[in-house]
Design a protein around this ligand. Structure first.
Ligand code: HPA
Length: 234
């Protein structure tokens, strides 16, 4: 057990999928894994371990925002030996050619700040995905039929953004979408020598203001779980 995870030693797999929402972790575990066992309930942040095609997998919520993800990812890596961590989540699109329901595989994650800022100080570290995972996810995405974009994303500390000039700046620099967790996941993976990737579906569009209807959220989420599992074990 750690401060925030109640799992016994050995109950967490080396491969961990991390949706923001703990109830999505439960749905994904029950839908995709054989013999899922709930291994964490502390603070309602559900985690499940089971197998997919014979491979052990944990699906564990990250919560929203980088400080929350940092707590769980740190403990999963440092205390439970997680070696591959894949965020599966939603994002807001920032380019005209990216549409609601499309998949974004995040090659890099820009930010104004992350929980690692105090460690990096004056260094502008460039958080980036594991190339092997990224490549495998792009291949896996072809099977889902969803258009897949690969490139930079932005990890924000706020959902309710008051800086339209920042959005405009990032759109101009080719940033595909905005979410709130990937940059710190990539920082932690680099620090601890493990593999990380963020696979995202576009739930809303910052330029067109379109949003994914709630009935479509489950199916696009399922596509991401499938892509993440295939990428992890390719
Ligand atoms: N901003 C930040 N995070 C998000 C968004 C957004 O517009 N959409 C989905 N996650």
């Amino acid at each position: 057990m750690t401060v925030h995870i109640g799992a016994e030693p050995g109950q967490i797999a080396e491969t961990v999928l991390m949706p923001g929402d703990p109830l999505r972790a439960e749905w994904a575990a029950n839908t995709f894994l054989d013999d899922p066992v709930c291994v964490n309930r502390v603070r309602g942040m559900l985690g499940f371990t089971g197998t997919w095609k014979g491979n052990r997998v944990t699906i564990h919520g990250s919560g929203m925002g980088m400080p929350s993800l940092s707590i769980y990812a740190n403990e999963l890596i440092r205390d439970y030996g997680a070696k591959t961590l894949i965020r599966i989540g939603s994002c807001g699109a920032m380019q005209e050619h990216v549409a609601v329901r499309d998949v974004i595989v995040a090659m890099t994650a820009s930010s104004l700040s992350t929980p690692s800022r105090g460690i990096f100080r004056e260094l502008n570290f460039a958080p980036c995905a594991d190339y092997g995972l990224l490549n495998a996810a792009v291949e896996a995405a072809k099977g889902t039929g969803a258009p897949c974009h690969v490139g930079g994303i932005y990890s924000s500390d706020v959902f309710y953004d008051e800086r339209p000039d920042l959005t405009e700046m990032m759109t101009r620099h080719g940033i595909l979408g905005v979410e709130m967790e990937a940059a710190e996941l990539y920082n932690l993976a680099a620090r601890h020598g493990v593999r990380a990737l963020a696979v995202l579906t576009v739930s809303d569009h910052l330029l067109t203001k379109e949003a994914l209807p709630s009935e479509d959220r489950q199916s696009t989420f399922g596509d991401m779980v499938q892509i993440a599992l295939e990428a992890a074990f390719s």
